[in-house]
Design a protein around this ligand. Structure first.
Ligand SMILES: [Zn+2]
Length: 238
């Protein structure tokens, strides 16, 4: 799970969400050199989450650096990725929706992908799109009617706008309950990812396609920590 691929700059905020481009290339190169098969979320789902050493790189929200900094690296190593794109991502400060004091405006000011840039990502053949609600809403504080709309309309809007299938969903902030899982299923998605850390492996544990775990790639981590996360699913106690 990635968000931004960009240099850290002067701000100390959101460093975890920002992976340096040189580190990102080192990570993707390592995956390629160690025989990981790069897959999209729809490919994983079509294979019923079986098939061995596969990695689905994901990006949440829709930052412009995904095109400028991540795409060239992914192309270089013939990797693939899934982008969980917020429909209303411009001038939208979703960081305050989870915690009101997260009001620095830094994420809101971060450049987001234009629709044309999203089309470039899709035309590259590297990216597929997933849903992440219309507005990056905080599901627990959203009414049932609004929730249903946020979840189903994000899928239909993305499909119509970009003329592409949208089958995977990412819960905003990783926060959801049982009813939200039903809404995601009813909206026509075939799987959903959380921010719960770990590795889903059919050989070792039952895979729940509506609560898929992810490995958080943090911009605060060094390369060694990345490799540990890829091995055990989380950073451990180092
Ligand atoms: Zn998000």
């Amino acid at each position: 799970m990635y968000h931004m691929v960009s240099p850290h700059g002067v701000s100390k905020k959101h460093r975890g969400l920002r992976v340096d481009p040189a580190m990102f290339e080192r990570q993707v190169a390592w995956l390629a050199a160690n025989d990981w098969e790069f897959v999209t979320m729809s490919e994983l789902s079509e294979r019923d989450f079986r098939g061995g050493k596969q990695v689905a790189i994901t990006f949440d929200d829709g930052y412009e650096d995904n095109l400028l900094n991540a795409l060239p690296v992914l192309q270089k190593y013939q990797a693939k990725a899934t982008l969980y794109l917020v429909v209303e991502r411009h001038e939208n400060d979703w960081s305050v929706k989870k915690k009101a004091h997260h009001n620095s405006g830094e994420l809101a000011a971060e450049p987001k992908l234009s629709d044309e840039q999203v089309r470039q990502l899709l035309r590259s053949g590297v990216f597929e799109l997933g849903g992440h609600t219309l507005t990056h809403c905080h599901l627990p504080s959203t009414s049932p009617v609004e929730k249903a709309h946020e979840i189903s309309a994000c899928r239909s809007t993305l499909q119509e706008t970009f003329d592409t299938p949208v089958t995977s969903f990412a819960y905003p902030f990783g926060i959801f309950d049982y009813e939200d899982v039903d809404l995601v299923r009813e909206a026509g998605f075939t799987n959903a990812v959380t921010t719960n850390e770990g590795i889903d492996n059919v050989d070792q544990n039952a895979v729940d396609p509506w609560r898929l775990r992810r490995i958080k790639v943090s911009g605060k981590d060094n390369f060694w920590a990345f490799k540990i996360r890829m091995g055990i699913g989380f950073r451990g106690y180092l």
